[in-house]
Design a protein around this ligand. Structure first.
Ligand code: IPE
Ligand code: IPE
Ligand code: MG
Length: 244
């Protein structure tokens, strides 16, 4: 198999750098977020084209609620508008759109839009596009723990049956294979409370490109980085075979 054929099944992306992109242009931070929507369109297209099965995008973290009220409110409006504008085309392209995160924290209008988009695209068989909004990896694990503890307390689950699988089944990405590749734009090399459990064995790719500037070349570079990784999962290189 040529290295170029080694396409990740699931790519997770921390879309960072919108604020800096705007500042460099002496624009308000919001202009960066707005421009970032174009990069979302682009990466969805590229991922679908390459045969990626799952694309999970970090759009708003649990911690991002702490930003200035005006920025948060403009971001929420932007999510609403983007849904309004983009869902038809995603649907035409057979994309299944889903959201993860504490959606009960969002405004009713946005919750309804999300639910409608999910329902409209639920039967699509192409790329699964998962958008993380009001999402935090710790929040996800806390929720899973509460659910499991509740089942134990109700006598539905034995403590000894709590294993990797049981925990994974309670997480937001239940039924979705773990990300193979994590891409973070914007130059920071950290996870920022994204998918803490699911990223256990992801290959990590960091680039300096600011999210609104993300394009074909960045995507190709990330795929090229991934294609030559040897994924060992704790085994030796010899055990897992072909060394790249
Ligand atoms: C990422 O860009 C988008 C969100 C977190 C909503 P930032 O807004 O964090 O941009 P920088 O990191 O300040 O440049
Ligand atoms: C991570 O970016 C969250 C999203 C991209 C949605 P942040 O900009 O919030 O991360 P930190 O604060 O630099 O770690
Ligand atoms: Mg940032």
């Amino acid at each position: 198999m040529a290295a170029s054929d080694n396409i990740p099944t699931h790519i997770a992306v921390i879309m960072d750098g919108n604020g800096r992109w705007a500042r460099r242009r002496a624009l308000p931070r919001h202009a960066g977020h707005r421009s970032g929507v174009g990069s979302v369109r682009k990466i969805v297209e590229l991922a679908a084209e390459k045969g990626v099965k799952y694309l999970t995008l970090f759009a708003f973290s649990s911690e991002n609620w702490a930003r200035p009220r005006e920025e948060v409110s403009k971001l929420m409006s932007l999510f609403f508008e983007a849904l309004q504008r983009e869902v038809e085309e995603l649907h035409r392209n057979n994309v299944r759109l889903e959201f993860i995160g504490a959606r009960e924290q969002l405004q009713t209008g946005l919750i309804e839009k999300i639910a409608a988009a999910e329902a409209q695209t639920a039967g699509n068989t192409g790329l699964r596009l998962i958008v993380a909004v009001a999402y935090g990896g710790r929040w996800d694990i806390v929720r899973a723990t509460q659910s499991l503890a509740g089942k134990v307390a109700a006598g539905e689950l034995d403590v000894r049956d709590i294993d990797d699988e049981a925990i994974a089944a309670e997480l937001q990405l239940t039924g979705v294979p773990d990300p193979d590749l994590l891409v973070r734009t914007g130059g920071e090399q950290r996870i920022s409370n994204f998918l803490l459990w699911n990223l256990a064995y992801a290959e990590l790719y960091f680039c300096d490109t600011l999210w609104p500037d993300f394009g074909d070349k960045d995507f190709d570079d990330a795929l090229a980085f991934y294609a030559v990784r040897q994924r060992r999962y704790g085994h030796t290189g010899d055990q897992v075979g072909a060394v790249n």
